[in-house]
Design a protein around this ligand. Structure first.
Ligand code: GAR
Length: 199
């Protein structure tokens, strides 16, 4: 069974959706550890409540390389093979990424390459797009930029606020993150340049 590590910074609803699917037996994996860079992250409590290993490694004031080495060490100790960033609001160093080549996934609340970075839903509203969505992609050394595994679209409505749009997108996030994880665990894909092709 594939051992996954989940990195969070806050609410952790994407982590919970993955955990629910694992409990339901629809993802053949086990969560070896949930790591947060913030002690107050709600997701840590949820993880503990589920009997999972939940670790806070505070990032405040630490040099990126040093911090990333601590996280990699914890992931290695837990035998993690696949890393899921789930609302982990930090850039990973090249050293971290090299430790898990094509084994780190991220979810982003826009149709990349549109609106990378912070407040993607707000950016989409401000830009006036009529369709937005979410993206699960492999993590490379650039921000929100690696090969795309799965995307889902949602309409942007005239009456939307950042909150209503975010919650419409979030539903799709919960669905496609598990779908992408299943694909990665199955190994039934190949990467050609930027393209992830199912095999
Ligand atoms: C999600 O909407 C996720 O896509 C976003 O943070 C939220 C975390 O929610 N991530 C990013 O913006 C990364 N650039 P969650 O903690 O409830 O999963």
């Amino acid at each position: 069974m594939t051992r996954i590590g989940i990195l969070i910074s806050g609410r952790g609803s994407n982590f919970e959706a993955i955990a629910d699917n694992i409990s339901a037996g629809t993802i053949d994996a086990e969560i070896a550890v949930v790591i947060s860079n913030r002690g107050e992250a709600r997701g840590l409590e949820v993880a503990r409540g589920r009997g999972l290993r939940a670790v806070c490694i505070p990032s405040k004031g630490l040099d990126r390389q040093i911090y990333d080495r601590m996280v990699v060490e914890e992931l290695r100790q837990c035998g993690v093979e696949v890393v899921c960033l789930a609302g982990f609001m930090r850039l990973l160093s090249a050293e971290f990424i090299r430790e898990f080549p094509n084994r780190i996934l991220n979810i982003h609340p826009s149709l990349l390459p549109a609106f990378p970075g912070l407040d993607a839903q707000h950016q989409a509203l401000e830009h006036g797009v009529k369709i937005s969505g979410c993206t699960v992609h492999f993590v490379d050394e650039n921000l929100d930029a690696g090969p795309i595994l799965i995307q889902a679209t949602v309409p942007v409505l005239d009456e939307d606020t950042a909150e209503t749009l975010s919650s419409r997108i979030l539903k799709e996030e919960h669905r496609i993150y598990s779908e992408a994880l299943r694909l990665v665990i199955s190994g039934r894909y190949r990467i050609e340049g930027r393209r992830v092709i199912r095999t």
